[in-house]
Design a protein around this ligand. Structure first.
Ligand code: NI
Ligand code: MN
Length: 235
């Protein structure tokens, strides 16, 4: 499994040769100005909710790459109206087997509207299971007690959690979330991009370490390879 960071909450995860792009927000992000959007590969674009800092490049990238978008039903309808083809609608609690592995949609405690004001439905997180590893991408969310269900549902190798506070949970709650989901290795997202969510990187990683957990903060444009061995469940 290969993970590349494009800033804010946008990651590309390569699973079984397929490129999964999460929450594309690149061109409006000053911190990601060195990323060339046209060079990004995507077979699937997963969208957690409608806010601009998660959807800004979704339409353009979907058209450019021909990727299949995966989102809730409301965002699916919005994407179709923007002329995006090959959209897969899902909703909270649902799972679907794709060619790279399984996607299960879980709740996120946040809000959701599209950049033009269209209702965005409920925000979601994604649990991805594959023969190369299992991970949870929470999207924007508060800490919720429901996260304990995720910990019981599947053994996770990695989890992407917001740590920037103000709009989502912050570092302390992300540490608790890491316990709830029973995944000690967290990749931080949704920090530094705007004034309200700037964090001290060393303080954040130290806090995780003191709690016996690991926080990885990618540089924008950085790629890390992970080797996990997992068996795909039937449930
Ligand atoms: Ni949001
Ligand atoms: Mn956001």
């Amino acid at each position: 499994m290969q993970v590349t960071y494009y800033g804010h909450s946008c990651f590309s995860v390569t699973v079984n040769g397929k490129h999964l792009l999460f929450d594309p927000f690149i061109r409006p992000n000053e911190l990601a100005k060195n990323i060339d959007v046209k060079k990004i590969k995507a077979d699937y674009i997963l969208i957690s909710h409608g806010h601009e800092d998660h959807t800004a490049d979704a339409v353009e990238l979907a058209k450019l790459t021909g990727a299949i978008t995966i989102s809730n039903y409301e965002i699916y309808n919005w994407l179709l109206k923007q002329g995006v083809k090959g959209c897969h609608p899902m909703n909270t609690g649902g799972k679907w087997m794709f060619d790279f592995g399984k996607v299960k949609c879980v709740t996120a405690e946040h809000s959701s509207s599209l950049p033009d004001g269209t209702y965005g439905g409920n925000p979601m997180g994604f649990i991805i299971e594959s023969s190369e590893g299992n991970f949870y991408y929470s999207g924007d969310t508060a800490l919720t007690y429901d996260m304990k269900l995720i910990g019981e549902y599947r053994k996770l190798d990695l989890a992407f959690l917001p740590i920037g506070d103000n709009f989502t949970m912050g570092i302390e709650n992300a540490i608790l979330a890491s316990s709830f989901i029973n995944c000690p290795h967290i990749i931080g997202m949704h920090y530094d991009t705007f004034g309200f969510i700037k964090i001290d990187h060393k303080e954040a990683t130290d806090k995780f370490q003191r709690a016996g957990k690991k926080l990885t903060l990618f540089n924008i444009g950085e790629t890390i390879n992970y080797e996990f061995k997992t068996t795909l469940s039937k449930a």
